[in-house]
Design a protein around this ligand. Structure first.
Ligand SMILES: Cc1cc2nc3c(=O)[nH]c(=O)nc-3n(C[C@H](O)[C@H](O)[C@H](O)COP(=O)(O)O)c2cc1C
Length: 243
């Protein structure tokens, strides 16, 4: 019996040299979708995504998350409006790249040191685009999943929420749905009380991230380039670097 199992494994491992598994295909083929059909996605599919999120590992099995599903267009539009209004405010107070606003540069650079993640060039650029209506928030997706973290979670609740969210993203892709992480929505929850109040979000919960979910419209964009990071590999008393 054990011999049979070993043979089956050897055969399987041999096949792996030439084929990706279904899970690997889902991971490698997933793309962020930023164009959706208006048609709503079936409720049971969203529930399947939530179930994939619920089964995510978390430090100490603390499951430090709360998922909120929003499928009312007026609520998604309302949160979008709050985000856009705040981006307009941030653009007015921080965008030194506009002609005539170069004088703001030193103070914004100073704040960049204090808030390196928030004022990283990518969100910094996106604030401007959102404020000018050139970048949408949830990209017209009919379903939005808000992920809130329990700040009392063991170790690093943001990481746990990220793992749960990616489980949902991969489950969605495996069902033919499109998704996009939308971290930008944090603006509407961090810098305004309206939506926290609306959804009853209070201590110990804080916005972690969100997902746009829907049927993809058209073909997804091509693969976004990935850097090849060097990996140090220690084995048999030696170190080598692989790429
Ligand atoms: C935590 C997180 C937050 C993100 N926030 C946004 C966002 O606010 N808006 C957006 O359009 N894309 C957002 N993205 C999507 C990334 O831009 C995208 O994953 C990246 O460019 C790689 O492209 P790919 O997902 O198509 O492989 C986010 C991704 C992650 C993981």
């Amino acid at each position: 019996m054990a011999l049979q199992r070993d043979m089956a494994r050897e055969e399987f491992v041999e096949r792996l040299k030439f084929e990706f598994t279904e899970t690997e295909k889902v991971i490698l083929q997933r793309r962020s979708v930023r164009l959706y059909k208006k048609e709503q996605v079936p409720e049971f599919m969203v529930k399947r995504m939530l179930e994939a999120g619920r089964f995510a590992p978390s430090a100490g099995n603390s499951q430090p998350w709360k998922f909120v599903v929003v499928r009312d267009p007026q609520l998604i539009d309302g949160m979008t409006k709050t985000t856009v209004d705040l981006c307009k405010f941030f653009r007015a107070t921080t965008d030194y790249t506009r002609p005539g606003f170069g004088w703001m540069r030193p103070s914004v650079k100073f704040f960049t040191r204090l808030l390196p993640n928030d004022l990283h060039p990518v969100p910094f650029g996106a604030v401007s685009l959102i404020a000018q209506g050139k970048l949408s928030v949830w990209h017209g997706a009919p379903t939005v999943i808000l992920i809130f973290k329990d700040v009392r979670g063991v170790s690093n609740p943001d990481l746990d929420c990220g793992i749960a969210g990616q489980n949902m993203v991969l489950a969605a892709h495996s069902m033919g749905l499109g998704t996009c992480w939308v971290g930008f929505a944090r603006t509407a929850f961090e810098y305004a009380a309206k939506w926290r109040r609306y959804f009853g979000i209070e201590f110990p919960f804080k916005f972690a991230n969100s997902l746009a979910v829907g049927w993809p419209k058209g073909k997804p964009d091509g693969m976004v380039e990935r850097q090849t990071h060097a990996v140090d590999w220690y084995e048999s008393g030696q170190r080598r670097t692989i790429y």
